[in-house]
Design a protein. Sequence first.
Length: 197
Amino acid sequence: MPINYLILLSRQGKVRLAKWFTTLSPKEKAKIIKDVTQLVLSRRTRMCNFLEYKDTKVVYRRYASLFFIAGCASSDNELITLEIVHRYVEQMDKYYGNVCELDIIFNFQKAYFILDELLLAGELQESSKKNVLRCISQEDSLEDMEVSGPVSVLPSAMCSDSPSLDCILCHVLPEYACQKPKVMYAFHLGLTLGPVS
């Protein structure tokens, strides 16, 4: 029941976000976007939100000035796909605070982050709204830490003989306080850290 693609489209037909969960050539992607755009924009507001496109189903819903369009297999349940799209909109609404098209245009990377936390290979991976927002806020804090510059040398009283990488990370990321018997994993940084000695 995976989603093949998710496209955010403005009323003028401009693509604001496109995430593909299947491997397609750029020509195929462009053709799908062109065809689906024509199909969705030509429909009236009172028409059904599901339509057939080749051997797939297109599920869409309009929120304010954006169309959220998902493509799935013809045997999939379109109501579940519509619920996943609605869940994505709810998550963005909570993160941005009443999301609008300009939020997605000027801060599109956050829209992709939220989508990546919600869906994995087109399948719903996280159903908890709180967990998705918690992961995004952790990514934001790591991003802020990277933007703020390098870490200054910590006083030797705070660490063992010399400030090791794992000790520095414990002071930079206080939510991961140093715990000697446990192994810390800084998965966002791609490092595996041992216990602080």
